[in-house]
Ligand binder design. Structure first.
Ligand code: PEP
Ligand code: MG
Length: 583
């Protein structure tokens, strides 16, 4: 029996046969071509690109309605990349200049792009690197016509170093059904992870040394908790235990589905509000099926990243107005102002090169330094807020001067709108993200100047623990259950609660069951998360009694390390689960 652990991406328990895929890339030959064959070779390359585009478009139309629109955007991005004149021209030029075969040049040019993107720490660029890898492998497959799906994969758990989104789609599209996926690659926010969730395939990422494991014929993949587990060659006792667990898990899913339309209220009557985090594009129909109370975080940078130039005030007003209309009347929407800078770059905006970009000109620091850019957005939001329950929130606030400067700036924007006779919301609520340590330490001061706090635990964890969350070396240190983070969230919640102001958590941990218990124990009533997690969190909240959390609250604030905290929270989860069964 051997075990491997990793990060759970999509939950499930699978008992089945592994399919070990050691292959990395399609083997290609590099060879010279005669000068008079260059034009022909370029045509062969362009045909392969056209075929890749046609294939993706077909997959896209076939998947329409099966997975949500936001996830389908992955394919749109790939089609756009296949149209990117710079990428295509670099390859055409390469074939011409080097007089080499198309496969070799595609691999060489794409490797250059991949290396460039991989050097940038931001996950968006890491994802770009994967996208380039994906489309170039697709072109190469078309050029080499090695394009079939192995039918032996059907019903098995795929064990692979890295699976590209298009490979996963190709498998899905061929009718071959994967029971599970185990991958070495870590990328919770990668397109492969998004697709695995959309296709609902139990998936574990970040499994170490997959290929030195003795796999055997039968394995167990358990991704039902934060840390996923793989057990190879289980003994009889372990196997029986998991057969039982699998049955229990099935019942839990059924139970979650049954509470989707119920109110989010604890057993002792406390109403908790569950909001969604959304990017620029969103399939509101899909999101609304989860019955959220509002949008807790609208990440506007994605609207900017999708554009070719800065969207002007009117364009932004329209976008926010449309989102609010579609989402439903009276539902609160928190629009976060542009959070770019560091490695989140816009192709049409020049930013300074910095030694340490995560600590440099990003978020609110950047928008305050470019008032023209900021004004378009603030005015767009103010105008859209006229007819909706829209609030505005600032990212990366570090000191009080920034808030004061923003207050003054808001007055100027309002005055200009008044002077121009444009309608806007005068008393718009203003909030700030708490995501850097100084904002925690000064929470009691900041709360006097804003209407609400939203705790961004993704960045807060990285900045408090001085840990780059994307560095594999620092990976073990990045833990949002670290006592320092738990105490920080508590300080912020206390500061807001004392003043009777709203506080929410909008980092990824808001969708995790253990964290929900911790946050409720701190008096946090608003949580914002990816839409997929809402039903699970609602179902959990309906089993909690706030009156039982006092002791947990004390215990987690005293705990010395993350494991102790997780254990305390897990114990409570087990307790309430047992209570439900005994009802
Ligand atoms: C956060 O930092 O927790 C957060 C929600 O913001 P983002 O993930 O967009 O940086
Ligand atoms: Mg953040």
């Amino acid at each position: 029996m051997g075990t491997i652990s990793g990060k759970s991406i999509f939950p499930g328990i699978v008992i089945g046969q592994p399919y070990i895929e050691r292959k990395k890339k399609v083997d290609i030959e590099n060879y010279k071509i005669a000068s008079d064959k260059v034009t022909e070779e370029i045509k062969r390359f362009l045909d392969a690109v056209q075929k890749a585009k046609a294939d993706i478009k077909k997959i896209k139309s076939d998947l329409h309605g099966k997975i949500n629109k936001e996830d389908l955007q992955i394919l749109t991005v790939h089609i756009m990349m296949l149209d990117d004149p710079q990428f295509i021209n670099d390859i055409k030029k390469g074939i011409k200049k080097e007089e080499n075969n198309a496969e070799g040049v595609v691999r060489k040019v794409s490797n250059r792009y991949i290396e460039m993107f991989e050097k940038i720490a931001d996950p968006i660029y890491k994802q770009r690197a994967l996208d380039i890898k994906d489309i170039s492998e697709r072109i190469i497959l078309n050029l080499t016509s090695e394009n079939t799906v192995n039918e032996n994969l059907h019903g098995k758990i795929l064990v692979i170093s890295e699976l590209l989104p298009s490979e996963l789609l190709k498998i899905y599209y061929s009718g071959v059904e994967l029971a599970g996926i185990i991958m070495e690659y870590i990328g919770e926010t990668s397109h492969t992870a998004i697709l695995a969730k959309a296709l609902e395939i139990p998936t574990l990422m970040g499994g170490h040394d997959l290929f030195s494991m003795e796999w055997g014929d039968q394995i167990i993949l358990d991704t039902t908790s934060l840390e996923g587990k793989v057990i190879s060659n289980p003994d009889e006792k372990t196997l029986n235990k998991y057969i039982e667990e699998k049955g229990k898990y099935r019942n839990k899913i059924k139970e979650i589905e049954e509470t989707i339309d119920k109110e989010t209220v604890t057993l002792d009557g406390k109403r908790v509000y569950l909001h969604v985090n959304v990017g620029g594009r969103l399939d509101i129909t899909q999101v609304n099926k989860k019955k959220p109370d509002g949008i807790g975080l609208l990440r506007t940078e994605l609207i900017y990243m999708d554009a070719k130039e800065f969207p002007d005030e009117e364009k932004q007003r329209k976008i926010y107005d449309n989102i609010a209309k579609e989402f439903g009347p009276d539902k609160p929407i928190i629009i976060r102002t542009l959070d770019i800078g560091a490695d989140k770059k816009l192709s049409y905006y020049k930013m300074a090169d910095e030694e340490n970009p995560s600590l440099g000109c990003r978020g609110m620091r950047l928008t305050l330094s470019d008032k023209k850019l900021f004004k378009n957005q603030v005015k767009g939001i103010l105008r859209a807020a006229k007819d909706h329950d829209i609030k505005m929130m600032y990212p990366m606030i570090t000191n009080l001067n920034e808030i004061k400067e923003a207050e003054e700036f808001l007055k100027i924007c309002k005055k200009e709108l008044r002077d121009d006779g444009l309608e806007y919301k005068e008393d718009i609520e203003i909030g700030m993200m708490v995501e850097v340590p100084s904002a925690v330490m000064l929470a009691d001061v900041f709360i006097e100047h804003v209407d609400f706090f939203s705790i961004g635990t993704n960045d807060l964890t990285q900045y408090i623990l001085a840990t780059d969350r994307f560095s594999p070396i620092a990976e073990k240190l990045y833990d949002c259950y670290d006592p320092a983070i738990i105490r920080a969230i508590n300080i912020v919640a206390d500061a807001a609660n004392k003043k009777g102001k709203k506080v929410s958590v909008c980092g990824e941990m808001a969708g995790e069951e253990q964290a929900v218990v911790a946050m409720l124990s701190m008096g946090i009533e608003n949580l914002s998360m990816a839409p997929a997690f809402i039903p699970k969190v609602r179902n959990l909240i309906r089993k909690i009694k706030i009156s039982e959390l006092k002791k947990i609250h004390e215990q987690i604030l005293k705990a010395e390390n993350a494991s102790c905290i997780k254990e305390i929270l897990n114990e409570y989860l087990i307790k309430i689960e047992k209570r439900r069964k005994n009802l």
